[in-house]
Design a protein around this ligand. Structure first.
Ligand SMILES: Cc1cn([C@H]2C[C@H](O)[C@@H](COP(=O)(O)OP(=O)(O)O[C@H]3O[C@@H](C)C(=O)[C@@H](O)[C@H]3O)O2)c(=O)[nH]c1=O
Length: 331
């Protein structure tokens, strides 16, 4: 499997290794460890696990998009075509992103077996270039009718260079979509999201060194660093969320199990190497379990300590998540 960069840093084309013989061909259409490994090599974040698969069929000229979902059901999509061909487009719609409003396109076909990885925070659309184009995709979150949104496919502010052809066939919903300037958009980071990071090692014969700098490794201005150590294995900690605070946690020695919950889905990650970090955005309920006796957990925090920023009651947390979803819907 080869990952090819596009003009949008986080969007990549995946070219699987196809094994051909006189019977036909074979390829791995998805291999999670390899996918994660290849993303890490490009310094890209590891996505949440895929939890839904979709399959659509379109006749030539059908244009679907530009679609996305808001938090807490934002979706990353791994898309491919298994019959026919399509011109596939991803648009960076993350407010505050250096590539905000920029788009990339790629031809995906049953023939070239190419896939496109479109992370959360991007809008997605495609036009079928042939009849009977079958589009298959994996998503990192479930479909949400309430949180799905569309941006107008021909918004002049985007200037997408769709392949020329006959009149496109477009659903009524997509005809009614907003232009980017009026759309309800995600931010560069999504409250309620977490992200596993593989930290770059600078090493030589003397050993390894990891340097954490704002921007390259820590995507926020950090104002505080603290560390947790000497926690007994039977003791669990955390059990709170933050209204605004964002953090990056790394076990520089030993290990512990982090449980992160955005009020809708739960994720677990073992911090068991100084090369593994986890970015925890605001509105994430976190718990830390199974500390090894030698565990030293270093945390980089976006703000100084402020008790008022803590949400220590789980019910209050889920109420806040629900209120954030409703206010997203109302925008
Ligand atoms: C996307 C989706 C739709 N549906 C239903 C809703 C509706 O009744 C019917 C058809 O939905 P749509 O018209 O929105 O289908 P479609 O226009 O194909 O939507 C898709 O477009 C591409 C570009 C994407 O990126 C996808 O995420 C998705 O938004 O299927 C689900 O039940 N689950 C799903 O995951």
């Amino acid at each position: 499997m080869k990952l090819l960069k596009t003009d949008l840093q986080d969007v990549v084309i995946i070219e699987p290794t196809v094994f051909r013989d006189d019977r036909g061909w074979f390829f791995e259409s998805f291999n999670e460890p390899r996918f994660h490994d290849e993303l890490s090599k490009l310094g890209l974040p590891i996505p949440r696990s895929f939890i839904q698969d979709n399959h659509s069929s379109s006749q030539k000229g059908v244009l679907r998009g530009l679609h996305y979902q808001l938090a807490p059901h934002a979706q990353g999509k791994l898309v491919r075509v298994v019959s026919g061909s399509a011109y596939d487009v991803a648009v960076d719609i993350r407010k505050g992103s250096p590539t905000y409003g920029k788009w990339v396109g790629a031809e995906l076909s049953a023939e070239n077996h190419r896939m496109l990885w479109i992370p959360e925070g991007f809008a997605h659309g495609f036009v079928a270039l042939e009849d009977n184009t079958h589009f298959l995709y994996k998503t990192t979150d479930v479909y949400s009718k309430e949180l799905e949104r569309s941006i107008k496919w021909d918004d002049p502010d985007l200037g997408i260079d769709w392949p020329a052809g006959a009149d496109f066939i477009i659903s009524e919903k997509d005809r009614q979509a907003s232009p980017l300037k009026d759309a309800d958009l995600p931010s560069l980071y999504t409250p309620g999201s977490t992200q596993a990071l593989t930290l770059d090692i600078i090493g030589d014969s003397r050993g390894s060194l990891i340097a954490l700098e704002k921007s390259s490794q820590i995507p926020f201005e950090f104002r505080r660093v603290y560390y947790i150590f000497g926690t007994q294995p039977e003791v669990s900690r955390g059990f709170h969320a933050h209204k605004d605070l964002r953090q990056l946690a790394v076990c520089v020695s030993g290990k512990c199990r982090m449980l992160m919950d955005n009020g809708v889905t739960k994720e677990e990650i073992w911090l068991d190497s100084p090369t593994k970090g986890v970015l925890i955005n605001n509105l994430v309920w976190r718990e830390m379990h199974d500390f090894s006796p030698d565990c030293v957990l270093v945390v980089f925090a976006s703000h100084e300590y402020d008790e008022k920023d803590y949400i220590r009651n789980y019910k209050e947390f889920t109420n806040l998540v629900a209120a954030a979803a409703v206010s997203n819907e109302a925008v």
